[in-house]
Design a protein around this ligand. Structure first.
Ligand SMILES: [Fe+2]
Length: 430
């Protein structure tokens, strides 16, 4: 990572975050600056860049990367360094966005792969270029899922990524708002280079936020152009027809990624897909059921109150999520951390999901510091600080959730809770 970060150029100084009200009692340093990650000097237009990986089915991995010029979409891989016993070929695409023309975006699915195993891989050619490596996810418990939303690309993001990198995580789940490119497509490239050291080593599973929409009236009317081209997720494998919502199993966890910025009413494809996906979950195989959205259904921060993506989606989908005994719903969007107790229809309910807002990755918009007073009884812990979370699923019954605050760039565990899956609760058996 250090080598890559040498190429980072600070470009914009942002506003001071200042002191936080409420529970935090130390002086917070100024907000991190935006960073722009360039290609390394020794690299050229055929060098693979922005490498990231994502799981496909039970035992395959999609390798995604970009080159400036046309190169073969080949991956050479094996379980020993320099010995590539297998290879696979995939597809290449590109997109246009106003005057911007993307590089060549390569997607190659490799496998079958063994669980919990380190693989070494080269892109484009088997005998030159960098060798990358990744570790596949475990087939069984325990599994450690890093969770963080609203990442962006600032010095705060860098601190968050460093903490995640130092942890022993198996997969990253991102509930929307990745690059904060906000129409400036070269910032998608910079973001891809920023996250590559992590995202080329562990699967990054993402869903979209409002910053991924990138529509411009009359000029670029297709939403999610860059996001869908650059961050292809395994939607077909779960019967979805859209890259904007999908599901997958990892170890004993069924993860559902929903799309807050596409149709979600009861006549929509997404709603129907969610209904059938939930009906297919076998809690004897995947006792844990986790949902990710971007716009939170529960939120006691003053930011992002009253938005249709929160209110409407909650109105239509909360009943489904409750009926199928979802264990946790993660959201982003609000740039702060908040954990609710188990909730259904605005009241504490032992059979409802725990709601956790984790939109605190460190983007340039800064923190959402103002909370509604008094704190609602269902809100257990809330704090406007950057950080990330880790869901350690120990076994078929117990998990531990921890939130790590970026205090002065140290990684401080600030909120944690042990909890059990609803699938193991006789009182909540559906
Ligand atoms: Fe957002």
């Amino acid at each position: 990572m250090a080598k890559r970060l040498l190429g980072i150029m600070p470009i914009i100084a942002l506003t001071t975050v200042g002191l936080l009200a409420g529970v935090v009692c130390y002086t917070r340093p100024p907000a991190g600056r935006d960073i722009y990650v360039r290609l390394l000097e020794e690299d050229n237009s055929s060098t693979p860049q922005q490498v990231h990986i994502s799981v496909v089915g039970d035992d395959k991995m999609r390798i995604s990367w970009i080159t400036d010029e046309e190169t073969p979409a080949n991956v050479y891989y094996g379980s020993s360094p320099g010995k590539y016993t297998n290879s696979a070929t995939g597809t290449t695409s590109s997109y246009r966005y106003v005057t911007y023309h993307s590089g060549q975006i390569h997607d190659v699915v490799i496998g079958p792969l063994k669980p919990n195993t380190v693989y070494y891989y080269r892109l484009g050619s088997s005998n030159n270029g960098r060798e990358y490596s990744f570790k596949t996810t475990p087939a069984q418990f325990p599994i450690n899922l890093a969770v963080v939303g609203d990442l962006g690309q600032t010095e705060w993001t860098q601190a968050t990524l460093q903490h995640i990198s130092n942890s022993n995580y198996d997969m990253l789940l991102l509930p929307g708002d990745l690059s904060y490119a906000d129409l400036i497509q070269t910032l998608w490239d910079s973001f891809g280079r920023l996250v590559e050291p992590l995202a080329s080593q562990r699967p990054w599973m993402v869903t979209q936020g409002n910053h991924e929409v990138e529509k411009i009236p009359l000029i670029h009317t297709t939403p999610f152009t860059a996001y869908n081209a650059r961050w292809r997720m395994p939607f077909e494998e779960s019967g979805s027809t859209s890259n904007l919502y999908y599901s997958f199993n990892v170890a004993g966890v069924h993860v559902i990624m929903l799309g807050s910025y596409t149709d979600f009413d009861p006549t929509s494809d997404q709603y129907n897909w969610l209904q059938s996906d939930l009906a297919k979950v076998d809690r004897t195989k995947t006792p844990w059921l986790v949902v990710l959205i971007h716009a939170p259904w529960y939120n006691s921060n003053e930011a992002h109150q009253g938005e249709i993506e929160s209110i409407g989606m909650k109105e239509y989908m909360e009943g489904l999520v409750y009926r199928y005994r979802v264990d946790v719903v993660f959201a982003g969007h609000v740039h702060a951390y908040e954990r609710f107790t188990r909730v259904y229809q605005n009241k504490a309910n032992n059979c409802g999901p725990m709601y956790i807002n984790i939109g605190d990755g460190g983007n340039r918009e800064g923190l959402a510091r103002n909370y509604i007073d008094p704190k609602p009884a269902i809100s257990v812990f809330r704090e406007a600080s950057f950080g990330h979370g880790q869901l350690q699923v120990l076994n078929a019954t117990h998990a531990r959730w921890s939130w790590y605050r970026n205090d002065d760039n140290a990684n401080v565990s600030s909120d944690s809770i042990w909890f059990t899956t609803l699938s193991n609760s006789p009182a909540c058996r559906a």
